[in-house]
Design a protein around this ligand. Structure first.
Ligand SMILES: [Zn+2]
Length: 76
């Protein structure tokens, strides 16, 4: 997998925070595994993680009020 931003193939495993603005508030997912470009620092999610995030945000959309913080390690 190459970096979409700079094209570097130098990607490292990392942990990041995912933030998304939903209709009723802001969803924050902590401890999300990602790939981080060593060259430019851009972070990317794998397809599996993307699907999991999508699932969590759909779930959160129904129960969220203002701000919701989910720990990826516990929720996924
Ligand atoms: Zn890059």
């Amino acid at each position: 997998m190459n970096c979409f931003t700079c094209g570097s193939s130098n990607m490292a495993d990392a942990i990041t925070i995912y933030v998304e603005k939903l209709q009723n508030g802001i969803l924050i997912i902590k401890n999300v595994p990602c790939k981080k470009c060593v060259q430019c620092g851009e972070e990317f999610f794998s397809m599996t993680i993307m699907k999991e995030i999508e699932k969590l945000s759909r779930m959160a959309e129904n129960i969220i009020s203002e701000v919701m913080i989910i720990d990826y390690n516990k929720a996924a």
